[in-house]
Design a protein around this ligand. Sequence first.
Ligand SMILES: *Cc1c(COP(=O)(O)O)cnc(C)c1O
Length: 453
Amino acid sequence: MHELNDETRALREKIFEYVRTRMEYDPVPLDYPSSEEELFANAGMTLTEQGLGGTKALEIFEQVLAPATISTDHPGFVSFIPNAATEAASLFDLVVSASSIYGGSWMEGAGAVFAENQVLRWLAAEVGLPKGAGGAFVQGGTVGNLSALVTARDSHREKLRAANKAVPEKLAFLASKESHSSLKAAAKVMNCELVLAEPNADGKLTGDSVAAALSYQPADSVFAIVATGGTTNFGIVDDLHGIGEIAKANHIWYHVDGAYGLAAILSPKYKHLFDGAELADSFIVDPHKWLFAPFDSCALVYREPELARAAHTQHGEYLETLTESGLWNPADYSFGLTRRTRGLPLWFSLATHGVAKYREAIEYNIDVTLEIARIIQSRDYLELVREPELSVVVFERKGWTLQDYNSWSDKLLKDEIGFVVPSSHNGRPNARFAVVNPLTSVELLTKILETMK
Ligand SMILES: *Cc1c(COP(=O)(O)O)cnc(C)c1O
């Protein structure tokens, strides 16, 4: 499809111009979703035998589709987990796209894989894993968790077989009741059980609770214990040390799900929250959540990557030349084969800005969160649901029903102030700010609180 002519050259300039304009917005338009009917009325059938031409197609994107697509990098987007990529990272994503890089194997992607591996090793060192730790960048935390758990299960089976022990029919892994939904999804596709342990009143899973839950499970049935390094709902970090000790004492794989929160280990001020992460056999952290990289990317790291290789390498006649090469093939460490080099935008941004800028930006996000929590506490119409630990704060507007939250949330978006969807805890509706965008300020969040009076 290489068709460099005057027309495609002109289109290239138009696309660059679009990118330039998008990156110059301050702030970016928040936008608002439309219905399929509305979109069809305005965009029409865009696929034709002859094609619309790039100019027309871009015009439809710019005028119809983009305005119906919420900008998750708007500073007032504080729902779910927002995405705030650095310009360096976003721009390099364009380079990745323009370079046709196959990231599954060293043979094809050596230079790019080398750069990604530097990032993975750096993350491993920050977490405290020994030299030799490594893994791959995958699509997202869900795939990262699944890949780590499959490795844990296979290693568990191998260990039992090597010891001439029977492999229990039903295997299980253990995590907190406050852990992420992706673990439930992993248990479902793996056809294994997820044992949910009770966190304490602060939402933190402790070693004692894990030990208690473990004591009810049949011998040799639990193949992994998962701790969460920053729950998605509240940003609470489990007792990583206490849980890690229990896992080690029982010779069970220890996985730390740090998709959202583990990035905060980079901050010297908050690093202590993650004491015990160094005990992990595997961990994940999503650059698209709190490492200022574009969608979508998850860093998946193993203490002993060889175990992942044994679990995940695909074998096929046309692949053996890669498999037998003895080279580092990222596809061998996760579920999946063909792979975009999803770690490269983060690598480029880190190489550009230096690591210190990341430490500062993350710390700033937490400082903003703690300050807005104080402001919430000081307002008589609001109530903090739980003291924040990282950059998520959850609070209630006294007297509001879910209906009140919904209509307030809709107006906030229509007024282009912010995007805050209602959340809930223990059946009670609430509001939740997740702060991972350095442009999200105390002033802006205060302005949002004002609209709740
Ligand atoms: C977001 C999240 C996940 C899932 O990550 P995706 O990239 O959305 O697939 C898993 N665990 C935690 C703790 C998360 O916050």
